[in-house]
Each structure stands twice: as C-alpha cells, then as structure tokens.
Ligand binder design. Structure first.
Ligand SMILES: *[C@@H]1O[C@H](CO)[C@@H](O)[C@H](O)[C@H]1NC(C)=O
Ligand SMILES: *[C@@H]1O[C@H](CO)[C@@H](O)[C@H](O)[C@H]1NC(C)=O
Ligand SMILES: *[C@@H]1O[C@H](CO)[C@@H](O)[C@H](O)[C@H]1NC(C)=O
Length: 494
C-alpha cells in the first residue's frame, strides 16, 4: 500500500512538468535550440573553406572536375554528381547552418506531381501538389513536367516533405502561398514563388485526417509559423503582398540559402513581436543568397533570436538591409552590401523603434563584410570591436568569393529569378538573366526515367518523448531500486 502511494506521488511529480513541457513545446521551440550557435557558425565557415580549397586544388590538377565545383558547399555536395536525378534524396545531406537537420522527405517515396490544378482545398485531387504536401508520411515531391501552379488558397504543408523542383520549371503563385504551421522537416528547393495574394475564410485540409477553417492569410511567399528544421534553397521569390519569407511564433532551426529575392518591399521577417519570448530561441542561417533588384527593406528584419547572415550579395535596398528590434543577435559575415545612390540610405542596419540607449549593447557584428558605394554597418554590443576597416582589407579576395558563392543563387535551369513574369504570361522560362554557366537543362533527359525509384516509406515519428521517457525512468527506478530508495527519492523531490 505505502510503496504504491509513493509511486503514484513520484509519477505525479515527474509527469506534471512533462505534460506542461510537452504542451508548451508546440509553442516554445527553445528545447530545439542549438546550445552553441557560434559552433554552427564556425561549421558553416569550415564547410565554405573546405569547398573552396578543394576547388582550388582540383582546378590545378583536374580541369574537368573543377568545372562543377564552385566553392559553394551546398551545391558542391550534390551538383557534381551527374546522376543526381536518380539520387535526389542526397540533397537532404547537403544543408548547412541552423536548418541543416531538415530531413524533408528523406527515406520516403517519390511523389510525382502530374496535375497543376488546385480546384478543391478540402479533397485535393491525387497528383496535385496540394494532395502531396498534406500526407502524413515522408514524401519527396517532384514534378512530371514544367508547371505553373496557381493556388486557390494557402498551401498548408505537413511535416517531412521535400518540394524538389529540379529538372522542371515549377512556378507557385496565386492565393496563399506556402504555409508551414507547427510542422518540422521541410525542404523547399528550386521553385519560383511569386504574386502571392491574401485569401482565406475557407476550409483547407492540412492532413489526411484534418480539415480546418482558415481566416484571411497575409499573402506571404512562404509563411513559417511555430515550425522547425526548415531549409529553403535555390528558390526565386518576388512580388508578394506581405513578406517573401516570414518566420514567426517560435520558429527555429531554419536555413535560407542560394535564393534570389527581388521586386518586393518587406522581404524577410524573423519574429513578429518584441515581447514574444520564445523567439529568443530562434536560430536562422541566411547564406549565399542574392538580394536583388527592386527590394526596399527587411533583408531580414529580426526580433530576438540569433541570425547568421553569411556570404550573401545584397545589391539593392531603398531603406535598409538588416533591421531589428527586441535585442536580436546579428552576425553578419562575408557579405557584400552595395548601397543605393540615395545619400540618406547608405546605412545597412536599422534599429527599429528603439533608442540608442537601448540598443547600444545589442550584439550586432560585422566581420569581413564588403561595403560598396558608401554602405556602412553600425555594429553594437560585443560586435563593436570588429571594425569595418577589416572588411575593406580583405575586399579583393572576398569579393571574388562572393561572386562565386552566389553566382547560381535562384532557381537552377532557365531563368534564375522571376524576371520573366514582368514580360507577361508566366509560362515561359525567359532566361533573360540566367547567370552562372553550366546550369541549364539539369538532368532533363533522365527526369522521366527515374520515377518511383527510391525505397519504401519509412515512418519518421516526431517523438513525443518527454512523457514516455519519464514513465520509463519511473519503471526503471521501480525495478532497480528497492521501495525504500524510491521513497527517499520522492521525499527529496518534495
Ligand atoms: C500556444 O500558446 C498560447 C498561449 O500561450 C495557447 O493559447 C495556445 O493554445 C498554444 N498553442 C499550442 C499549439 O500549444
Ligand atoms: C577559413 O579560412 C580563413 C582564411 O583562409 C581562415 O582565416 C579561417 O579561420 C577559416 N575558418 C575556419 C572555420 O576554418
Ligand atoms: C497522376 O498521379 C496520381 C497520383 O499518383 C495518379 O493517381 C494519376 O493516375 C496520375 N494521372 C496521370 C494522368 O498520370
């Protein structure tokens, strides 16, 4: 009788905090935070170093091999494999930075989207992108042919999905667009996303077993809400109503890389409210992107969190590039900032709605950044010791590096940005600005042959481990200790 009461008490003491933790972890992503963000930053630098030196070595010894090696560690990880189209899931191992754990649909089946329509948001037709992204099991989603997918409403994605647009010209537009809400492990690769408009007040299916009523959406290109392990690579985003990419409400473990941003006002928002404490755990890597023509502000605009902005080419802004409030840590390394002509808009940074007295100890550092056309970065906090003088001293070498690292930013094959939509239509591939040689027609020949090739679906269950592990601990304690020990333990807890 007495030992049973103790076990009950013990279980109660252990389980209640676990339940609370399990419940809040949907909102608070802090448990998923990397404990040493600086280590992730160094690992990114190491990967760039390794890629660059391998390229330099090979360019001396083997001319052919070096053609595909760019020094960009993500691209060099998969693009040199001429058989990549039969080995698509290799991509999941190529991410860097805070989002590198994003599995996407790795280990799952290949799902071929063969229908560009989006007629029914509650019962999507098999073969449509919407039908693919709502499934519960991991899926690697590819496209049978070039297509323009005009969404009827937000596309609400489920966890463990890769949208892999390689080998086809895939354009996602319309109402929505992509919504990642309380999900994890999503990879979005090589698609155009543009002209995303608000819509909603309708029912939308988010999984095979759940249909929810959605209010009006903002009209973001990609909206990340309470989600983690997200990797966006080689996308082109432009012309949306709200943000091109917004990550809010405790989202973390995100990498945004090799993408091309243009023609937009508020480009990227990381955190939506200074007072929203869980965003202190937000960790985002922004690497090898091209922030191009027609951009105004927010590249990105940060609240709280730790944001690593590394090796990007920021060629245009009207107001500022990097902004923030609510004491975010901003680590800007090896970027090139090219200021606009407007003499009043040369400053890269902006502290939004905050007095200097408040922001002077925020940790904003610039390290090895290149400032062009009078651009200047105002560091603060611990970053103040790093002067921008350092940046100009490394300019010649780094600037070659930036060109190399970002030369294929955007969508591979055809037009890498969304400039074609300005010439009307939206179905052609333009090609007006396809920079960076050697990226046309990637694997098109093999594209149709490789369907349904890869292994069966394996189930990745995102573990609701806290409750189970505490039950397990109780069981082990019960079996391994005599009842006196357990009594001791529970009285210690009291
Ligand atoms: C998130 O937190 C809010 C308030 O803290 C709560 O009302 C809401 O139910 C939580 N959502 C989830 C999915 O846990
Ligand atoms: C990368 O290379 C640079 C220059 O060669 C060096 O200063 C830096 O310490 C290296 N970084 C890492 C993380 O290896
Ligand atoms: C498209 O794909 C779906 C789902 O895989 C399949 O059921 C359908 O038969 C396919 N349609 C065509 C025209 O190939």
């Amino acid at each position: 009788m007495f030992p049973e009461a103790c076990i009950f008490l013990f279980c109660f003491l252990i389980c209640v905090p676990s339940f609370i933790r399990a419940a809040t972890s949907l909102n608070l992503t802090l448990p998923n935070q990397h404990p040493h963000p600086e280590a992730v930053v160094q690992e990114v630098q190491r990967r760039v170093n390794v890629s660059i030196s391998r390229r330099q070595l090979l360019s001396i010894s083997m001319k052919d091999q070096s053609q595909c090696l760019t020094g960009n560690p993500i691209d060099d990880c998969w693009r040199c494999d001429s058989n990549w189209a039969n080995n698509r899931q290799r991509l999941a191992d190529c991410a860097i930075g805070f989002g590198q754990g994003a599995l996407g649909g790795k280990g799952g089946q290949i799902y071929v989207v063969n229908d560009s329509s989006d007629h029914d948001t509650v019962n999507p037709t098999p073969g449509t992108l919407r039908h693919a992204v709502i499934q519960d099991e991991p899926l690697w989603i590819v496209f049978q042919s070039n297509m323009v997918i005009k969404l009827k409403h937000e596309l609400i994605m489920n966890s463990y999905k890769t949208i892999d647009g390689r080998g086809a010209n895939v354009q996602i537009t319309g109402n929505g667009c992509l919504t990642l809400q309380y999900v994890s492990n999503v990879i979005i690769h090589n698609v155009h996303i543009y002209n995303c408009m608000p819509s909603g007040n309708t029912n939308i299916r988010s999984s095979p077993t759940h249909v929810g009523y959605r209010g009006k959406s903002d009209g973001d290109g990609i909206s990340i809400f309470g989600s983690r392990n997200i990797w966006i690579d080689h996308c082109a985003l432009s012309h949306c109503t709200d943000g091109l990419i917004d990550a809010i409400m405790g989202s973390t473990a995100i990498t945004i890389s090799n993408s091309f941003f243009s023609h937009h006002d508020e480009v990227m928002l990381l955190g939506h409210d200074d007072k929203y404490l869980p965003d202190s755990g937000m960790q985002v890597t922004i690497a090898f992107n091209h922030f191009g023509e027609g951009l105004v502000q927010r590249m990105p605009r940060c609240r709280r969190g730790y944001i690593h902005v590394v090796n990007n080419d920021i060629t245009e802004w009207k107001m500022y590039a990097i902004g923030g409030s609510g004491n975010p840590t901003i680590n800007s390394q090896g970027n090139r900032y090219t200021a606009p002509l407007d003499p009043s808009a040369k400053e890269v940074t902006k502290r939004c709605d905050t007095d200097e007295g408040q922001w002077s100890n925020w940790n904003w550092r610039t390290d090895g950044d290149i400032m062009v056309n009078g651009a200047f970065f105002v560091p603060s906090g611990g970053g103040f010791s790093t002067q921008y003088a350092k940046a100009s001293s490394v300019e010649p070498k780094s600037s070659v590096l930036i060109d190399r690292l970002t030369m294929n930013a955007g969508v591979l094959g055809g037009a890498r940005d969304n400039s074609f939509i300005m010439y009307g239509g939206g179905t052609t591939t333009g090609g007006s600005s396809s920079g960076g040689g050697g990226n046309s027609g990637d694997g098109d020949g093999d594209f149709f042959g490789m369907m349904f090739g890869s292994g069966g679906a394996s189930t990745h269950s995102s573990p609701p481990t806290t409750i189970f592990s505490s039950l397990l601990i109780i069981l082990i304690l019960y079996l391994t200790t005599n009842h006196g020990g357990l009594l001791l333990f529970s009285s210690l807890l009291l």
